[in-house]
Design a protein around this ligand. Structure first.
Ligand code: BES
Ligand code: MG
Ligand code: ZN
Length: 502
């Protein structure tokens, strides 16, 4: 794991290091470098910088300078453009952190020193650490020729200069690295290919999070689910040789007896569409249809290391949606766990069926105080909001607004779609209580309208991460989200849990 320390100017050792300086478009103030007393760096750097193009100061630009020190040795200085002074905020600083790491990696710099070109507030330092760390994620497990070369992430040392708040910032380093490790865990799971990660293997990974004191994990198999009437999950799983699993994780560090927060995540380890089969173009990406479940497991992993005094239950229904002679069909009617009947009109609208059972099971067994679910639920959500913003729909505006607000701080943008009565009309069935599709329009909302039948009156928010769970067409490149699974939702939710906002 990357080693990050908070240091003072007098602890700097510039030899064999990469010193990072930040440049504002509207200020040439490099006063902070004055504190490096060993050499007349400031003057030398100022000269170089005045000689370079204005472009160098544009947000996100970077440039490597070589400066001779008093022993006539070259020092490596990396400048990063910060844009306008007044416009720098934690979201931009996270992006800058990622740019710094990626450049340092390209230069194989093992020691990085980050000067304090930004205000060293808790929020800003947290963001820079997130960016520095999250950008270095690599998924190499299935490459055979990586040799013994260590991963850059495991060998680099980052020193962040701050003149005060050392104890607080050291705590922030610790906490942030726990969260980014949990994001890496979720990315690894979500990136895993479908022939290596089926529902049983998803459950095995969840069991690895078990910790007798803090996290209890239960896995219900097909037969137990049949006995409990979890027929939504059973039906979707019928076409696959890999049987479905219902994964339940209990994190109990809050007041005993206090109602838990329920987190539910869709984990379709591969979504072919089933009998209503999908076109083959990009079907490989449907290995990411387990991302919602991976997010929930990532959150529980973070909690087990952060010890927040709260009660949280995670429920992850996991299935593979395959076409075969044993598959469920369009036309089937399913009696769900809560007794409602569903007419199946498209077997590709499978996520809502497994989530519905998981939600009603969670409501019945845990009486949660609120519910958040994460799911790569609809292509329609990508059409509505694009691939940089997730959708949120639910029955409680206050809960939704809290999530939206936190998402703006984490940079995992989430935006509300409405759940008016009209949408509920669209999923009424002629021959059952409801049907599993609502027609061509408003698909992200009719999917949520379907789920609303399974949460009773519990405050609930559904987050559709179809566009944001992995990098795809239209994804605006973020330095800290490398290609593939993003782990979307973990940082926002852990923050909310930390601040007791749920
Ligand atoms: N997993 C898909 C949704 C999806 C599609 C996520 C593309 C990310 C990228 C989901 O199970 C699905 O197939 N939904 C259908 C619903 C439709 C049949 C009502 C869809 O969006 O097309
Ligand atoms: Mg589908
Ligand atoms: Zn799906």
């Amino acid at each position: 794991m990357v080693d990050i320390s908070i240091i003072n100017y007098d602890e700097i050792n510039l030899t064999d290091s990469l010193l990072v300086v930040g440049l504002y478009e509207d200020s040439d103030d490099l006063d902070y470098l004055n504190k490096i007393r060993s050499i007349d760096l400031q003057e030398k750097i100022s000269k170089l910088i005045t000689a370079t193009n204005k472009n160098t100061k544009k947000f996100g630009k970077s440039l490597l300078f070589l400066v001779k020190d008093d022993k006539n040795e070259y020092l490596k200085i990396l400048s990063v453009g910060l844009g306008k002074y007044g416009e720098l905020n934690p979201n931009k600083i996270r992006q800058i952190g990622g740019i710094i790491s990626l450049k340092a990696k390209e230069l194989s710099a093992q020691n990085i020193i980050i000067s304090n070109f930004y205000k060293n507030t808790i929020d800003n330092v947290e963001s820079i650490i997130e960016g520095l760390s999250l950008s270095l994620y690599e998924f190499n497990k299935y490459k055979s020729n990586t040799g013994d070369k260590p991963n850059y992430y495991d060998i680099c040392n980052i020193n962040i200069i701050s003149e005060d708040l050392h104890t607080e910032l050291e705590q922030i380093v610790k906490k942030t690295l726990i969260i980014t490790q949990s994001v890496f865990y979720a990315r690894d799971l979500a990136n895993s290919p479908p022939n290596y990660l089926n529902p049983a293997q998803m459950a095995t990974s969840a069991i690895s999070l078990e910790d007798s004191n803090k996290v209890k994990v239960k896995v219900l198999d097909k037969y137990q689910m049949e006995n409990l009437g979890l027929n939504g999950i059973i039906s979707v799983g019928k076409g696959s040789e890999s049987p479905p699993k219902l994964i339940i994780l209990e994190y109990n560090q809050g007041i005993s007896g206090e109602k838990p927060i329920l987190l539910v995540g869709k984990a379709v380890t591969f979504d072919t569409g089933g009998i209503s089969i999908k076109p083959s173009d990009k079907m490989d990406e449907m290995k990411f249809d387990k991302s919602g479940g991976c997010t929930v497991l990532g959150i529980i992993k973070a909690l087990s290391m952060l010890h927040f005094p709260i009660n949280v239950v995670g429920i992850v229904p996991s299935v593979e949606n395959m076409p075969s002679s044993s598959s469920y069909r369009p036309g089937d009617i399913i009696k769900m766990h809560n007794g409602k009947t569903v007419e199946v009109l498209n077997t590709d609208a499978e996520g809502r069926l497994i989530l519905a059972d998981a939600l009603s099971y969670g409501v019945e067994h845990y009486s949660p105080k609120c519910i958040i679910d994460f799911a790569t639920l609809t292509g329609a959500c990508i059409i509505a909001l694009g691939s940089n913003v997730a959708g949120i729909v639910g029955n409680d505006d206050e809960l939704i607004q809290k999530v939206v607000h936190s998402s703006m701080e984490s940079g995992e943008k989430i935006w509300q779609l409405p759940l008016f009565e009209e949408y509920l009309e669209l999923i009424k069935s002629n021959i059952a209580d409801i049907k599993n599709i609502g027609g061509r329009t408003g698909g992200a909302i009719t999917a949520a309208a379907f789920l609303s039948h399974f949460v009773n009156e519990v405050p609930w928010a559904h987050i559709d991460i179809a566009g944001t769970a992995w990098t795809q067409d239209g994804t605006i490149e973020k330095s800290y989200n490398p290609k593939g699974a993003t782990g979307f939702g973990i940082r926002t939710t852990v923050k909310m849990l930390e601040q007791n906002l749920l």
